[in-house]
Write a protein that binds this ligand. Structure first.
Ligand code: DGJ
Length: 742
């Protein structure tokens, strides 16, 4: 049993082979935190971990250890786990242990996305009930420990047991106290077209955080942070990962107090949030996943990638091989008709591509981005036979058909806005701010979600649609819903995202065969919440392979390859104007769910043959690229960032592909070895290079090599012949295939 309760020492020990989480019911009935980290013996008692009380002007008075769910107003002056205002205006809370329940499996969180188990044996859950009899409040804390994962899933439920309303100002999903502050704060931050760059800074006394107030998890900051020791590398050292299964406004914060301890909290951003908790009502926080690794960042990646791929993603597409697609967006933008689309599909099919995706511009009067969002009716000028006609013609070519929608949005120039101007988010007395010439629909309103379900269901049932790209191209401004009373406007953002989840849930249930891909102007809502509905996401609007090295590297820290859509696009690249060889564009896009986003009719015959070869190469290793174990070898964020290397290894360690990328070529490079990881040291691997060639690097690495040699000595990635570097040019990539010999 991974959860043990000791009545003697009043301690809960949540334990598996990699981690231990220790909770103690204190003598005064409060629930304190003793440890989260590496696994500890099940046999021993840890009650002595209680420290002496701090006295005087400390940051914490009264308690010998930090509380599991800390409250303000009674001696702990650090960032609280939750804040509830009572009818008399007081925010002082005093929660005492009331009871506990330990049960197999893991509870669902009605309305919120959540990781799950498929059998009771996969996890055990501890529920601790805390009560505050003065505030008439119950708090239930949930801790699920997975049998085979170094991770704990947490959430809290707050219930009003009194007769007067309570007001929640803050309700974190998890807090964690660590006894020291010798950590670095790792965040995934950026902006549109350069999402999830790795940013690392040492923790300093005071508070440091990343957050979103945009109504989406955002391009700017991802709801994932890690704490790593300064010496922690990819493969060695301690690290904690914190991930919020949520797509709206979030906060991930670490506070270091002057005594050098650290508190981390993760949850819905308390800024711009309030929730009226009526008598009898319950508020459920989103789920937070907290993971621990004592073997570097790779241990966190393994934990999050596997959990999200295996037990967050759902439905038939969770485990199914994802199709190689062609998307017409960068190929045509709004300028297309059926003939042009079919020409693209025909050429793509000839290169082995399996799915044709029709992007923005097929509906209403939409020839640019100023109009028609909300009018999900096909534009017959462009597509005289409708979506249905086009889809059937694409299917007749032997491909599947997919379509783009942006359900949460409304254009001022649209029939929907003419009919329902109040459905657009905004305040009656103020102008609405436009973003990309559009407004946001009020997803907190039931009738809006119902309307969208009806319209989108109708669309999806009228044509053979196998895939949907669900876009969301702007953030929320003037947050306000006329349907919410004044004292509930603070609920708007959370209710918005609950509305989005509701629509997604209804659609994936009604159309279980459809593969959904989430998108928000690229990677503006690339988060675990979305992955519960759409198992893959458009990683970034930036399709330049060199930019993608950083974006995909950063994303890979917390998300599986199967979630990362990556496309080969035309050159000069549409975001940065860079001209990267076709081989390099593919060598980057292979690591994820491959697509092409260009007009293949404009390719030379030679390039079409090359693309056909790429698609065939990818399909032959699809499982490795989509669900292999991803290991980062050389970081684009370190040194001068000129080199990146990574690899994907099959679960049985019999196959691997290594990618090595060099941004700028340099004359006369010295010899260099790339040490691999994750292989079977006892196995012999047949190594070959892609593309095959007679150049010195391919030659130097072709042959049979021991797994031990590949990991301890490595591949030779620089030739010693200076003349050779001349031929490589900038933006060079090479892959190495490893196949274990029987
Ligand atoms: C933003 C997306 O990220 C693009 O891929 C494309 O779908 C456009 N929106 C269409 O408007």
């Amino acid at each position: 049993m991974p959860i043990v309760w000791s009545a003697d020492t009043q301690t809960f020990h949540l334990r598996n082979d990699s981690i231990s989480y220790l909770i103690r019911v204190l003598e005064n009935g409060k629930v304190g935190h003793l440890h989260f980290g590496g696994a500890l013996s099940e046999e021993r008692s840890y009650a002595h971990l209680l420290q002496r009380e701090f006295l005087g002007f400390s940051n914490r008075l009264g308690e010998p250890v930090p509380l599991e769910y800390s409250t303000p107003g009674s001696g702990d002056y650090r960032i609280p786990a939750f804040v509830v205002e009572q009818p008399n205006g007081s925010r002082v809370l005093d929660l005492r242990y009331s009871s506990q329940r330990i049960f197999p499996g893991k509870p669902a969180l009605g309305g919120l996305p959540v990781t799950y188990v498929e059998s009771y044996g996969e996890a055990d859950t501890l529920e601790i009930l805390l009560t505050d009899s003065v505030a008439e409040l119950e708090v239930r804390l949930y801790y699920t420990i997975f049998r085979d994962r170094p991770a704990i899933a947490r959430h809290a439920r707050l219930r009003n047991t009194g007769r007067a309303p309570l007001r929640i100002h803050c309700a974190m999903s998890a807090t964690l106290d660590l006894p020291d502050s010798d950590w670095e704060f790792l965040q995934l931050s950026g902006s549109w077209a350069r999402e999830r760059h790795v940013v690392v800074r040492p923790l300093a006394v005071g508070s440091q955080s990343v957050a979103s107030l945009r109504g989406a998890s955002s391009h700017q900051h991802n709801p994932f942070v890690a704490l790593k020791r300064p010496a922690t590398t990819e493969e060695a050292g301690e690290a904690y990962g914190f991930s919020l299964v949520y797509s709206g406004n979030f906060l991930a914060e670490a506070e270091v107090e002057p005594f050098g301890t650290t508190r981390v909290r993760l949850g819905i951003n308390p800024e711009d949030f309030e929730w009226a908790l009526e008598p009898g009502a319950e508020f459920v926080t989103p789920e937070a996943i907290v993971a621990y690794s004592d073997h570097g960042l790779e241990g966190l990646t393994d934990a999050f990638a596997q959990l999200f791929r295996e037990r967050l993603a759902r439905g038939v597409w969770r485990d199914a091989p994802r199709p190689v697609l062609i998307n017409n967006w960068e190929g045509t933008y709004f300028d297309f008709d059926e003939e042009r689309l079919l020409a693209i599909a025909t050429a793509a099919q000839g290169m082995g591509i399996e799915l044709f995706v029709l992007d923005d511009g097929w509906f209403g009067q939409r020839d640019d981005d100023t109009t028609s969002l909300g009018d999900w009716v096909v534009n017959r000028n462009k597509l005289p036979d409708g979506l249905d006609g086009l889809a059937r013609k694409v299917e007749a070519l032997g491909m599947r058909f997919g379509v783009w929608i942006e359900p949460e949005m409304i254009s001022r120039r649209s029939q929907l806005f003419a009919d329902h101007p109040d459905w657009a988010v905004g305040l009656p007395a103020r102008p609405r701010t436009e973003g990309r010439n559009q407004y946001v629909l009020d997803m907190s309103r039931r009738e809006v979600v119902d309307h969208l379900f009806e319209v989108v269901s109708d669309l999806l049932s009228r044509a053979p649609i196998s895939y949907v790209k669900w876009d969301m191209n702007r953030n929320i401004t003037e947050p306000f819903s006329p349907t919410l009373p004044a004292d509930r406007q603070g609920e708007f953002f959370h209710r918005y995202i609950l509305g989005v989840y509701d629509l997604y849930e209804r659609l994936i249930r009604a159309f279980p065969q459809i593969l959904f891909e989430s998108c928000a102007g690229g990677g503006g809502r690339f988060d675990p919440g979305m992955l519960a509905f759409a198992p893959q996401a458009w990683t970034s609007d930036d399709t330049d392979a060199i930019e993608r090295l950083k974006i995909q590297w950063g994303t890979s820290l917390a998300y599986p390859l199967s979630s990362m859509a990556a496309h080969v696009s035309a050159v000069p690249n549409h975001q940065v104007g860079r001209v990267v060889p076709l081989q390099t564009r593919a060598a980057v896009a292979f690591f994820g769910v491959l697509g092409y986003e260009l007009d293949p009719t404009t390719l030379t015959d030679e390039d079409r043959t090359v693309v056909a070869g790429q698609v065939a190469y990818y399909k032959a290793r699809r499982e490795l690229f989509q669900s292999g174990r991803f290991l980062r070898l050389r970081s684009p964020f370190e040194g001068d960032g000129n080199e990146t290397a990574w690899m994907s290894v099959s679960a049985d360690r019999k196959r691997a592909v290594v990618g090595h990328y060099r941004v700028l070529n340099r004359p006369n490079p010295g010899p260099s070895r790339l040490r691999l990881r994750g292989l079977d040291p006892a196995a012999s691997y047949r190594v070959s290079a892609w593309p095959a060639g007679k150049d010195p690097i391919a030659t130097a690495n072709t042959g049979v090599r021991g797994g031990d040699e590949l990991m301890r000595i490595g591949l030779a990635i620089c030739s010693e012949d200076p003349a050779d570097s001349r031929d490589r040019g900038d933006f060079h990539a090479r892959l190495f295939n490893l196949e274990a010999e029987e």
